[in-house]
Design a protein around this ligand. Structure first.
Ligand SMILES: [Zn+2]
Ligand SMILES: [Zn+2]
Length: 254
């Protein structure tokens, strides 16, 4: 399995791109502004998009992906998410006001967008990859994803505060090589992190105490203004753990 990190920042500006990962060459995990890193030919290959939640930093480029490939693809792009997340996308994005409803374009029986409900805990297979929706706790309905291949696995928290069920699910996973874990804020903004249901270093490291495995922990979703400070706090206070900062452009093999 190959996961290419197209975007992993908590903001934009300069080289920063928001959350979007490419699994193989045809599966996206979230569709933030990192999606704009792909060439037109690469965009045409996208067949599946697994969405963690409906916040804009994770879906900003999904509407434009569909507009870009409609007419050039014969098969739909399948968007997988929980019923709650799909409801938000239909109601607030693909509503003919913010953006057209691509689930009936160019026609209802051959639309470019296909919504597929994926309940928490369900697994979908795409090629060799088994993709499972993991529990998460955020201000709106959200999930993480477990990506498992024949030789190893990777987990992504999505946006989440402390979620015991997430770690419970991971503690049983064989050959888990990486956990991509968000830490949106530095410790000085721990109150903002709490109310927005994100992690700051202190809460992230405390939550990690629930994990019994030895996967490498890759930190994502750092706010650009405090990214270096947040990583310093993590390295200082979490020295027991194998942390590193997830990098845009990085390719993870597992
Ligand atoms: Zn969010
Ligand atoms: Zn986010």
């Amino acid at each position: 399995m190959r996961l290419r990190i197209l975007g992993c920042s908590g903001g934009i500006g300069g080289a920063n791109r928001t959350t979007c990962f490419l699994l193989g060459d045809n599966v996206l995990i979230d569709a933030g502004t990192g999606l704009g890193e792909l060439s037109y030919d690469e965009l045409l290959r996208i067949e599946h998009v697994f969405v963690t939640h409906a916040h804009l930093d994770h879906i900003a480029c999904l509407p434009m992906l569909l507009d870009t490939v409609v007419g050039a693809r014969t098969q739909p792009v399948v968007v997988h998410a929980t019923a709650e997340t799909l409801h938000i996308l239909r109601t607030h994005i693909f509503n003919w006001q913010v953006w057209p409803d691509f689930s009936v374009i160019p026609g209802p029986d051959h639309a470019i967008l296909k919504f597929e409900t994926m309940p928490l805990g369900d697994t979908r297979q795409v090629g060799d990859a088994h993709i499972t929706a993991l529990p998460a706790l955020h201000t709106i309905p959200a999930v993480g994803y477990l990506l498992a291949g024949p030789d190893g696995a990777l987990a992504f928290s999505g946006d989440s505060a402390d979620c015991p069920a997430f770690w419970h699910a991971l503690n049983g996973v064989d050959k888990l090589k990486y956990v991509i874990l968000e830490t949106a804020f530095s410790n000085r903004e721990h109150e903002l992190a709490r109310v927005s249901r994100h992690f700051a270093p202190g809460s992230m490291i405390a939550s990690l105490g629930r994990y019994t495995g030895d996967a490498e922990i890759l930190i994502t979703h750092l706010k650009p203004q405090d990214a270096d400070l947040t990583m310093q706090e993590i390295m200082r206070d979490g020295a027991l753990y194998p942390f590193s900062r997830l990098q845009q452009g990085q390719v993870l093999e597992f």
